[in-house]
Every structure is written in structure tokens, then in C-alpha cells.
Ligand binder design. Sequence first.
Ligand SMILES: NC(=O)C1=CN([C@@H]2O[C@H](COP(=O)(O)OP(=O)(O)OC[C@H]3O[C@@H](n4cnc5c(N)ncnc54)[C@H](O)[C@@H]3O)[C@@H](O)[C@H]2O)C=CC1
Ligand SMILES: O=C(O)CCC(=O)C(=O)O
Length: 427
Amino acid sequence: MSGSLFADASKRLEEALKHVKITEDAAEHLKYPKASLQVSIPVRMDNGALKIFQGYRVRYDDTRGPTKGGIRYHPNVCMDEVQSLAFWMTFKCAVLDLPFGGAKGGITLDPKQLSKFELERLSRGYIDAIADFIGPNVDIPAPDVQTNQLIMGWMMDQYNIIQRQITPAVITGKPLSMGGSLGRDTATGMGAYYVIETLMPQFKPVREITTVAVQGFGNVGAVVADLLCEAGYKVVAVSDSKGGIYAKQGLDIKSLIQFKQSTRDFKAVYCQDSVCNIVEHELITNEQLLALDVDILIPAALENQITKKNAHTIQAKYIVEAANGPITPEADLILNQKGTLIFPDILANAGGVTVSYFEWVQNRSGLYWTLDEVNSRLKQKMVNETNQIWAIAQKLSISMRTAAYVHSLNRISEAIDAKGTRDYYMQ
Ligand SMILES: NC(=O)C1=CN([C@@H]2O[C@H](COP(=O)(O)OP(=O)(O)OC[C@H]3O[C@@H](n4cnc5c(N)ncnc54)[C@H](O)[C@@H]3O)[C@@H](O)[C@H]2O)C=CC1
Ligand SMILES: O=C(O)CCC(=O)C(=O)O
């Protein structure tokens, strides 16, 4: 049964349906996931005890191609969350015109509590449990929150063992040495950066006086913060799950990345000033970060960070949703009334799945691209779709979120109608 996150996700579709003509068949089809799987994964822990973990994989819609989406390791992972993330992947892949449907997976756990060997056994056990549900022409997983290249490598190896053949195209975000693509590790942050660079010049052309706050300093948040800092934007605040730091004069993101890699959380910045080149800074909470008086706010952590409870405290004029689902529909209404411009998740964080698509293409062709080729193709796609969505938003006088759904719905519904249903064959 659907829970509240999925109900919220569906509201965005309902809103878009007011502005686009699609058949009743297509609209009905998009209300439900194609298939959902919940599995119990037995893992022998290092102390000899057996522990059972819960894993999930949802394939939401495969009309436009094999389903695609990451795997998340987090204590809050549940069917409602995975289904919502798979729903968003369906629209995200269509926004970028990738030949994929949407999927997502996850395991309920705090990976920091497991040893490396326990994590490897769990990751391999997950693939054992879902092997019949995935495949290079069926469903192709990738990394998401708290999963990475190393884990994707174990998973691909396990799939190869089961299939008794080398199948690199079954998973993306793998290590380069196993068929991964150059540029996948930075792709999501870079995609968000291209969206900002495409739209911001018309609002605030001088980067040096454009202030930015980034919530979440992982694979996505750290990369977008770094690219913006390098381009001259003033990144004044960043955070992780334990809290963040703020420096009015701007942060040195490269040193912060090095610092994070060595010590794990920003709390430690206080006793390590020299490491971070931070002259004057203060420790802030995540709630304070979200409410900072900055030009651009980039939530790059988890969903439901901006809700009706804190939406009125948001001062940023532009919000770039690098995370999936960081703003609830109620908060959307409040922000829209305030005139905040939101660059929606299904566009802003689509760089990752776009380079995952490039990785899949390279695996299937056996021909590998240079980093320049990957990044220039990524830029071309991000800029092109961003401009199209902006034009739809202007033409129909709707939010960019609704415009992004309209854009993707046109593509998905065309495919659903082209495919027809089994009923038609029976008549
Ligand atoms: N990794 C990828 O390629 C893609 C990720 N995304 C989305 O981007 C978001 C971040 O993903 P990743 O960077 O890959 O994850 P990650 O695990 O690398 O990093 C997550 C970051 O968020 C922080 N965080 C966690 N809970 C927080 C909280 N309550 N408040 C503030 N910070 C918190 C963590 O400390 C960490 O710094 C997620 O919503 C994910 O679904 C979207 C597209 C692709
Ligand atoms: O790279 C991929 O295939 C999926 C990335 C992902 O999970 C996401 O965009 O939320």
C-alpha cells in the first residue's frame, strides 16, 4: 500500500495533468508501479551471528526502455520511499530523453555500523535476492545515498557469478577497472551546475556576488559546491547530517573536501581551522542553513527537508533540488507564493543518470569515451532540456517543476500509447 511520500509524489503528476493532454490509458498506467519486490537478506556478521536485512527494488514503468535507478543504504529505507524514488526516476529519465524507464532500490540499514566485509556480504546477498528482477535489458541499478563504486563493483561481480558471464551493462557507477565510465562520480553535481549556469545569468549575472548554501556534502553536494566555488560563486555554507559551517566571506570548498575525507564531519572544523583555510566561520544547524539569506539554496541530502513547517523561513530566491524530493507539495505552494524559483529534482539532479546511460552505452558497444566526451555530451543534454523546460514554464505560466513533468509526460504518454495494451491484441 502507498504511504505519504508516494501520495505527495503523485500530487506533482496530478498538477501536471492539468496542463497536458494525455490519454486516459496513459494516465491510469502511470498511477501504479509495474513491479515491486521486498526481500530478506541473511548476512553472517563478523561475530558469527546471523542477521536478516530488508531489501527493496521497485520497477515503476518500463515503457520507454529498461528501468534505471540507484540503490540506497539508509535506516529510513522502506517500500514507500523506494516506490516514490522509482516514480521520480521514470519522469527524470524522460526529462532527459534517455531510453529508460524508472526504478529504485534500497536496503534498510545504517552502513556505518557494518564492517567492510559485512557490507560486502550484504551487497552480494542483495544481488542474489534480486538477480531475476534486474538485467542489462530489464533493470539497471546504480549508486545512490551511501552506496558507491566499490559497492557497485561487488554487485556486478555477484551478478556475473550468478549468470556465469561478464555483464558490465547490468550496473552503472562501477569502478573504471570494471567498465565504469569516466565522469560518473561527478555527473550529478555537474548536471546541477549546468542547470544553474543555464538559467542564473538572466537573474544574477555576476557570480562573485551570488551566494550559495549547500545542504549535504556527499557525492552530489560536495561536487556541485566545488564546481560553483571554482566558477567564482560565493559558497558561504555547507552541511552534513550532523550540522554545517557558515562563513560570510565564502568557504574554500576544495580544502573542505580534503578535510571531510580525513575526519568525517564538520563539527571537527572548529579545532582544525588551519586545515580548512577558514578565517571566520560559525557552526550552524541544518535548519539554520536552510533559512540563510543566500541567493541559491541547494538541498543535496534527503527528501522532505523543506516542509510547510519551515518553508516560510526560507530566504533564498532560487532553490536547486540536487536531492530527490527535498520539498513537499505544501512547501512548494508557500514558496511559489513567495516567488521563490525552484529548479526541480527531475531536471536538476538528472546528470547522474545521464552519465549512467553513457556508461551503459559504452558497456554495450565496448568503446570507451574520454572524460571530455562524457562531460561535453552531459552539458549538451542538460542545457538543451533545461532551456526546453524553461520555455514551457514561460509559455504556460507554470512552475518549472510542473513544466518538467509536462515535458516528460509528453514523451512517456506517447510511448504508452504507441505500445498499446494487450486488450487491443485480444480484440
Ligand atoms: N549519487 C547520485 O548519483 C545521485 C544522487 N541523487 C540524490 O542526491 C541526494 C544525495 O545523494 P548522494 O550525494 O549520492 O548521497 P551521499 O550519501 O554521498 O551524501 C549524502 C550527504 O547528505 C548528508 N545528510 C544526510 N542526512 C542529512 C540531513 N538530515 N541533513 C543534512 N545533511 C544530511 C550526509 O551527511 C552526506 O553528506 C539524494 O537525495 C540522492 O537520491 C540524485 C541523483 C543521483
Ligand atoms: O545513475 C542512475 O542510474 C540512477 C541515479 C539515481 O538514483 C537518481 O537519479 O536518483
